[in-house]
Design a protein around this ligand. Structure first.
Ligand SMILES: Cc1cc2nc3c(=O)[nH]c(=O)nc-3n(C[C@H](O)[C@H](O)[C@H](O)COP(=O)(O)O)c2cc1C
Length: 191
């Protein structure tokens, strides 16, 4: 079993990466394979609304000038998808939104490529917009007929500068519980 995680932050190894790694650590402890892709410097562009994916039905985006299809193939192969984003202007980043737009569209064009996979979202925030960001990230899972995993709070960690999120004890605990719950559900589904 494998979980693929994406960090939508414009900077690598910041607070969102720390939160994602806590979740992935719990999954690894349960024997689940994990991979983290950080979009910083390699974010895909948004959907151009060509609708060619509905004509081609080849599980690929027709725009092949960036790494989107590589990311999409990893999502199709995985049993679980973890999306992480810092809050930018009270919402998810443009990079992770582009991933959602294009992967969501190709999935729909091909009959639901993520159907019955397990999904979870996490957000890093300085002050405001975390729940809205969390909601934005969850749209991919809800639209894609996926099972969304809960934790002991909304999956949010508080911090501004890289590393500050580690001081948010409740946020870290929330990520640990999320990882445990995700592992539990994956094992139930694949028993
Ligand atoms: C362009 C930009 C916009 C931001 N907008 C918000 C915001 O609306 N609300 C907020 O609480 N923090 C905002 N922040 C702060 C980040 O969410 C916060 O520093 C977060 O921990 C960054 O995560 P990272 O280290 O993974 O990049 C913004 C940061 C940037 C760079």
């Amino acid at each position: 079993m494998k979980v693929i995680a994406f960090n939508g932050s414009g900077r690598k190894d910041g607070n969102t990466a720390i939160l994602l790694k806590v979740v992935l650590g719990e999954l690894s402890n349960e024997g689940i394979e994990t991979e983290l892709i950080q979009l910083a410097g390699k974010s895909p562009q948004g959907c151009i609304a060509c609708y060619k994916c509905f004509e081609n039905k080849d599980q690929k985006c027709a725009v092949s000038t960036d790494s989107l299809n590589e990311y999409l193939a990893k999502m199709i192969e995985a049993d679980g998808i973890l999306l992480g984003s810092p809050v930018y202007f009270t919402d998810a980043t443009a990079g992770i939104k582009a991933l959602i737009e294009r992967c969501g569209m190709v999935s729909a064009a091909n009959g639901g490529l993520f159907k019955r996979k397990v999904g979870a979202a996490v957000a890093a925030v300085r002050r405001a917009g975390a729940v809205r960001t969390f909601d934005t990230l969850n749209h991919l899972f809800q639209h894609g007929q996926m099972f969304i995993v809960g934790s002991t709070y909304w999956n949010v960690g508080i911090g501004r500068d890289p590393g500050q999120v580690k001081e948010d004890a409740e946020g870290i605990r929330t990520m640990q519980n999320l990882g445990k719950n995700m592992a539990w559900l994956l094992k139930k589904i694949h028993d």
